[in-house]
Design a binder for this molecule. Structure first.
Ligand code: ATP
Ligand code: MG
Length: 425
C-alpha cells in the first residue's frame, strides 16, 4: 500500500461557488484532490475558482465524464496503487456515473439504481407514484398533441419541463396552449442536455403545485435519516422558477415543517436513496405537501453555507468523510440562522457595473457578498439560476434577523445595465 495521500475525485460540479467547495473540504481533510471534468476550464469563471484551483485542487484530469467507463479508466491507476479513497459529485448530471464508478471500485456511494432514479425526473415521479408519495400529476409528452392533451387534463396553468436538467433550466409555467407548445418545442428540440448528455424524448408536463416551497436537507448516517433542517426557498417571477433566496432554518411552524420532512423522507425511501446527503424540494399546497424533486446529493446554491453558519455542521466535509468510508459528525454546535438572497438583472443588456458591494458588506451580520457577473457580461432577467448576477449571505440569532439583514444587503446592490445592447450572458 502506497504512503502517498489518499485520492478523492470530484467528477464535475455545479457551476457555482458552492460547486468548488467539496474540493476545498477534501483538501482540508488531507486528500490528494482530483477534479475530473470534460471541460475543467468551465469552472474558472466562478468567484472561488482562483482560490480553489490554486490551493485546493491537486490534479485536474480531463476525461469523458459522461461515461462511467472513461471515468473508471482515468481513476484506475490510483486504484491500482491502493490510493483511491472516494469518488463523488454534487451535480445531478454526473450522479449516475459516479454511483456506477464507486460501485465498480467498491467505494461508498449511492446505489446505481437510486442514482438513476434521482437523476431523472420521470423515474423519480414514477417511483413516488408507485409508493403513494404525494406529488403532482405528470406525463411524459412525446408529441405536441400529447403535451396539449396532458395540459388539458391537468388544467391551466401547468408546468412543462425537461426531465434531466438542473438549476431550473427550461422549467416553465404555461398559462395557455400556445405557451405549452412553445415550451414543449423548446425542450424537445434539443437532443442533449446542458452538459451534452442525451435527453429523453419530449418533455414532462405536470400539474402546477400552487403554494410555497421548502427543501428538506438530510444525510443517511448509520442507516438512519438524519434531518439537518428545512430551508425556506424564495422564487423569482413566472414563467420561470429561479431560486432568489434561501433561509435556514425555516420560519414555518413545527407541524408544517414536520409534514414536509415526513413526505421528503418517504420520497427518499421511494427512490431507494441509500447513501449520503439528500436535498428534497417540497411545495406546501392547500391539499398538503407535495414533492417537487428528489436530489441524491447535498443541497446546491449556498444552502451548505447557510447550514454551516446556522448549525456549525460543515456538510461538505462530513459528506466527503462518508464517501471515503470514515465516520461523519453531524452534531450541531450552534443554534443560529442564515439567509441568502440573489441578485438578478431587471433588464437585458451589457452590464457596466454593480454598485453598492461596499455598502452591502457593511450591513451587520453580512458574511458574504459575491458578484459573479462582471462588467462587459451580457445579462438578462433571470430565466434559470445560471443567469443570476451574485448573492449575499447574512447571519442572525433568529431566522427573522438573518432574512432582514440579507434583504438589506441585497438592496444595496445596484446593477447598471446598458440596455441598448441585447443581452444574453
Ligand atoms: N409541478 C410543479 N409545480 C409547481 N412548481 C414547480 C413544478 N415543477 C417545478 N416547479 C418549480 O420549478 C423549480 C425547478 O424545478 P425542478 O426542481 O423540477 O428542476 P431543476 O432544474 O432540477 O431545479 P433545481 O436544480 O434548481 O433544483 C422548482 O424548485 C419549483 O419551484
Ligand atoms: Mg429542483
Amino acid at each position: 500500500m502506497s504512503t502517498a495521500p489518499g485520492v478523492l475525485a470530484v467528477v464535475e460540479s455545479q457551476l457555482s461557488n458552492f460547486g468548488l467547495t467539496p474540493l476545498r473540504a477534501a483538501h482540508e481533510l488531507g486528500f490528494h484532490t482530483v477534479l475530473m471534468s470534460n471541460d475543467p476550464d468551465r469552472y474558472r469563471v466562478v468567484g472561488l475558482a482562483e482560490e480553489v484551483f490554486a490551493k485546493h485542487i491537486d490534479q485536474i484530469i480531463q476525461a469523458d465524464t459522461n461515461s462511467a467507463d472513461a471515468v473508471a479508466a482515468a481513476l484506475e491507476p490510483f486504484h491500482a496503487e491502493g490510493r483511491l479513497r472516494g469518488v463523488m459529485t454534487v451535480t445531478d448530471y454526473n450522479i449516475p456515473v459516479v454511483a456506477e464508478v464507486a460501485a465498480r471500485f467498491g467505494l461508498p456511494g449511492l446505489s446505481p439504481e437510486a442514482a438513476r432514479t434521482c437523476r431523472d425526473k420521470l423515474l423519480m415521479r414514477r417511483a413516488c407514484e408507485a409508493a403513494g408519495v404525494a406529488a403532482p400529476g405528470f406525463h411524459q409528452a412525446t408529441t405536441e398533441e400529447d403535451a396539449l392533451a396532458a395540459a388539458d387534463r391537468f388544467g391551466y396553468p401547468c408546468v412543462v419541463k425537461p426531465m434531466t436538467e438542473s438549476a431550473s433550466i427550461g422549467v416553465t409555467l404555461c398559462r395557455t396552449p400556445d405557451e405549452v407548445l412553445a415550451a414543449y418545442r423548446d425542450i424537445s428540440s434539443s437532443p442533449t442536455d446542458f452538459r451534452g448528455q442525451p435527453r429523453r424524448p419530449g418533455a414532462l408536463v405536470e400539474e402546477y403545485l400552487l403554494g410555497f416551497e421548502v427543501s428538506v436537507e438530510s444525510v443517511l448516517l448509520d442507516g438512519e435519516r438524519r434531518v439537518l433542517g428545512v430551508t425556506d426557498k424564495a422564487l423569482g417571477p413566472h414563467p420561470h422558477f429561479v431560486e432568489m433566496g434561501d433561509t435556514f432554518p425555516s420560519m414555518l411552524s413545527a407541524p408544517v415543517r414536520e409534514a414536509c420532512v415526513d413526505l421528503a423522507c418517504r420520497a427518499l425511501d421511494a427512490v431507494g436513496h441509500d447513501f449520503g446527503a439528500a436535498h428534497v424540494e417540497v411545495k406546501m399546497t392547500a391539499a398538503g405537501p407535495r414533492i417537487v424533486e428528489v436530489n441524491g446529493r447535498m443541497p446546491g446554491a449556498e444552502i451548505t453555507q447557510l447550514i454551516r453558519e446556522a448549525t456549525g455542521i460543515y456538510l461538505q466535509r462530513e459528506v466527503i468523510r462518508l464517501h471515503t468510508g470514515r465516520p461523519a459528525d453531524l452534531t450541531a454546535t450552534r443554534d443560529a440562522a442564515a439567509a441568502s438572497r440573489y441578485l438578478a438583472a431587471r433588464e437585458s443588456g451589457v452590464l457596466t457595473a454593480i454598485g453598492g458591494a461596499d455598502l452591502a458588506r457593511r450591513v451587520p451580520g453580512v458574511v458574504d457578498v459575491d458578484l459573479e457577473a462582471h462588467p462587459g457580461d451580457r445579462v438578462r432577467p433571470a430565466e434559470s439560476n445560471l443567469d443570476l448576477l451574485g448573492y449575499v449571505v447574512a447571519v442572525g440569532d433568529t431566522t427573522g434577523d438573518a432574512v432582514r439583514r440579507a434583504e438589506a444587503a441585497l438592496g444595496q446592490l445596484t446593477p447598471v445595465i446598458d440596455s441598448a445592447v441585447e443581452g444574453v450572458r
